[in-house]
Design a protein around this ligand. Structure first.
Ligand SMILES: NC(=O)c1ccc[n+]([C@@H]2O[C@H](COP(=O)([O-])OP(=O)(O)OC[C@H]3O[C@@H](n4cnc5c(N)ncnc54)[C@H](OP(=O)(O)O)[C@@H]3O)[C@@H](O)[C@H]2O)c1
Length: 250
């Protein structure tokens, strides 16, 4: 890293920043002095809880290919020096049936499959490719947010969601090989049961008592592992998927 690099404020592009894990991630990076460019469908919140202006928020619908392409061009135009230090692909959706039931391979309609794969899998590919030059210039790091359900059947999370996360884990391996020669590290984090809006309401009562750590995780506990993977502490880590689940995978 040159002197010019180390004097510069580091920049993160983060999808799904408006709540949950993404929100905690904004706070973790902002408090360490990073500029955070956030992306989500909602407009810039007036009561924004972190120090940023609307110029650091890109309104983007990752379910829409054309809007994602437009959003990537907008992000690039906001990177004045053409450098990006981290991309965190955190936005994700996990649709349920009309009565809140789990959607299986027998009950998921094609439109839902396509929407889930577009947001959870294709958007990360598009963002990583679209921002590769800036990540290379910034010796950047990519973190893909997968899930424990990518490797096992889950009582509440649906089939399209689970398979999209399995695909994202495989993509992380492929991208580590493709982006490594550019000096860009690519890793994944696989959360278990983290207290956010995406969780089914019954998780706390039914699942948490069976976990080795006997509790749900917090968004802050996930954010600090994302931070680790985007900083010097993990400088030789690439192609890994870290479990953040209180031992749920054992
Ligand atoms: N919570 C858990 O226990 C858990 C476990 C394993 C994995 N994960 C993964 O962790 C990530 C974050 O989860 P979370 O629990 O924090 O979820 P969340 O609270 O439901 O937040 C999801 C975020 O994604 C954004 N988003 C959804 N659809 C979008 C779209 N079409 N375009 C742009 N942004 C979109 C949302 O913003 P807008 O609504 O404003 O667009 C929101 O900021 C997800 O990838 C999830 O699969 C979570």
């Amino acid at each position: 890293m040159s002197n010019t690099d180390s004097n510069r404020r580091r920049t993160l592009v983060l999808t799904g920043a408006s709540r949950g894990i993404g929100h905690a991630t904004v706070k973790r990076f902002s408090s360490a002095g990073w500029r955070v460019i956030t992306c989500s469908r909602m407009a810039f919140p007036e009561d924004c809880p972190w120090e940023a202006g609307p110029e650091d928020h890109v309104q983007i619908d990752l379910a829409d290919v054309a809007d994602t392409e437009r959003g990537i061009a907008e992000i690039r135009s906001r990177l004045d020096d053409g450098m990006l230090n981290a991309l965190v692909n955190n936005a994700g959706i996990s649709p349920k049936g009309e009565a809140g039931e789990r959607l299986s391979s027998l009950t998921t309609d094609v439109a839902t499959w396509q929407q889930v794969f577009q947001v959870n899998f294709m958007a990360p590919v598009m963002l990583a490719r679209g921002l590769a030059a800036e990540l290379e210039a910034g010796h950047g790091s990519i973190v893909n947010v997968t899930s424990i359900v990518g490797s096992r059947v889950h009582p509440f999370a649906g089939t399209a969601y689970a398979t999209s996360k399995a695909a994202l884990a495989s993509l992380t391996r492929e991208m580590a090989a493709d982006f490594g020669p550019l000096g860009i590290r690519v890793n994944a984090i696989a959360p278990g049961e983290i207290k956010t809006a995406i969780l089914s309401p019954e998780t706390e009562e039914t699942l948490a008592p069976s976990l080795p750590m006997r509790r749900l995780g917090t968004p802050e506990e996930v954010a600090k592992v994302i931070y680790f993977l985007c900083t010097e502490q993990s400088s030789y880590v690439t192609g890994s998927e870290l479990h953040i689940n209180g031992g749920q995978h054992v």
